[in-house]
Ligand binder design. Structure first.
Ligand code: GLU
Length: 470
């Protein structure tokens, strides 16, 4: 009889992962206490009047760490938002930033609302009011705390936050850096919208470059032959599917809130994206069988399972049904601590959330840099690079009797655009981070990649806290 873990909260699960890393790496217990403590949590209850009725909106912003500033993390709109969840997510943000080496502390915020219940104008009103409440309390500024989109929010909400913040701080020349994940017209960066999904894809590609690791788990080394199932088709799930499809990977199952689509031959992802755009949901997609229970997507037989929805999807009660050889956590906290232990016993490797989905915050860092430096990446050197390429082609043509093909000329005479630079930075980030995780795991013979990832983050925090003083 397996013990149920449904009583363990998300925050307690994160704490158990911290304990495991502290224990396996022999880090001092004092560091564990420091790392677990969320530095501050603001709870705000503000009234709004909508359709003649007064409602109280509950919101939180948790700042887990300020060892680097600003603190960074998304803003979630969901009926299930609560303080425990926001604190857990803020801790994950601290660890993520450490792992992908961006100089941010960790934070997370949320409003306990069902965004589908409100009109666009009402959501704008609620978002701007929340922004004012946070700004008034000294949270929220380009140098202190910088939100980004998360579940239930998007570029649209970020634009509203910029607008509200700017009206309160017209003197702040860096106002656009108060949030990341903005629309391009308001200081966003090309590639941020797709960044988390692309980062998940990069994490997988990097894993498949390490034959020694694949062997330990009996995983077929050909990335292109993998069969994938994805739980969740929001921004992260969708862009993960898109990136995998560009690599020719077969995705047999995709789910979202209303149910799942299964097609043994592989789902045409571009058609599915178009279908969702046209119909607002994947329900009724003709090329596959539909199952009303989206959770079944977690148990489809596949090589790679990608949970890309919410926390605690795989728990002790259902972990036995997982039928994949590798799991990549595109969502935050999709596997409970105890379920994780079972998966380790079954020798199923997991690329953990704090690494696999950290592409989002990495590209947020690039956006923030763009905003505070007030210049588009590549603007200063794109044409210079292009001209250098042209000079090289001319020299080769002068000294050689062979002609360079037009295709090669185009490749050489090319200056990197903003999106190229962002994607190159993202790829580099994800590659280096995995190598560090792998090295630490092997050096200390740790249980799994997650323990190693937590270990890297905790060791960095330990160093920073000890150097700065408590
Ligand atoms: N929602 C993103 C995450 O969970 C936000 C990260 C950011 O601040 O860009 O990683």
């Amino acid at each position: 009889m397996v013990e149920s873990d449904s009583k363990k909260t998300f925050r307690e699960n994160v704490e158990s992962y911290i304990d495991q890393a502290i224990d396996e790496l022999n880090i001092s217990e004092d560091i564990s206490k420091i790392v677990k403590a969320c530095r501050s949590v603001i709870q705000i209850k503000f009234p709004i009047k909508i359709k003649g009725k007064t409602e109280i909106i509950y919101g939180w912003r948790a700042i887990h760490s300020t060892h680097r500033l600003p603190s960074k993390g998304g803003l979630r709109y969901s009926q299930n938002v609560n303080q425990d969840e926001i604190e857990a997510l803020s801790a994950l943000m601290t660890f993520k930033s450490c792992i992908v080496d961006v100089p941010f502390g960790g934070a997370k915020g949320g409003l306990k609302i069902d965004p589908n219940k409100y009109s666009e104008e009402e959501l704008e009103f609620i978002t701007k009011k929340f922004t004012r409440e946070l700004t008034r309390r000294g949270s929220l500024s380009p140098s202190r705390d910088v939100p980004a989109p998360d579940v239930g929010t998007s570029q649209r909400e970020m634009a509203w936050i910029v607008d509200a913040y700017k009206s309160l701080h017209p003197e702040d020349i860096n106002y656009a850096a108060v949030v990341t994940g903005k629309p391009l017209e308001h200081g966003g960066i090309r590639g941020r919208l797709q960044a988390t999904g692309r980062g998940v894809h990069q994490s997988l590609k990097e894993f498949f470059r390490h034959n020694d690791e694949l062997k330990k788990y009996n995983i077929n080394k050909n990335f292109e032959d993998q069969i994938v199932t994805v739980q969740g088709f929001g921004n992260v799930g969708l862009n993960t599917c898109r990136a995998l499809t560009e690599d020719g990977i077969k995705i047999v199952c995709v789910s979202e809130k209303e149910g799942m689509i299964f097609n043994e031959k592989g789902i045409n992802i571009n058609n599915l994206i178009q279908f969702k755009e046209d119909n607002g949901s994947i329900t009724g997609f003709p090329d596959g069988t539909f199952d009303k229970d989206p959770f079944n997507s977690l148990f489809i037989k596949s090589d790679i399972l990608i949970p890309a929805a919410l926390e605690n999807a795989i728990v002790l009660d259902n972990v036995k049904k997982v039928n994949s050889k590798l799991i990549v956590e595109a969502a935050n906290g999709p596997i409970s601590f105890r379920a994780n232990k079972e998966l380790i016993k079954r020798n199923i490797p997991i690329l953990p959330d704090i690494y696999a989905n950290a592409g989002g915050v990495a590209v947020s860092y690039f956006e923030w840099i763009r905003n505070i430096s007030h210049i588009r990446l590549g603007r200063m050197n794109r044409r210079y690079e292009e001209n250098r390429g042209r000079d090289i082609v001319n020299v080769i043509n002068q000294i050689s009797d062979k002609k360079i093909s037009q295709k090669n000329v185009e490749t050489i005479v090319y200056g990197a655009k903003e999106e190229d630079i962002v994607n190159s930075g993202l790829e580099d980030t994800m590659r280096i981070a995995f190598q560090e995780i792998k090295d630490l795991k092997n050096k200390h013979k740790l249980s799994d990649y997650r323990t190693a990832a937590y270990g890297i983050a905790i060791k960095k925090l330990e160093k920073s806290y000890l150097e700065l003083g408590l």
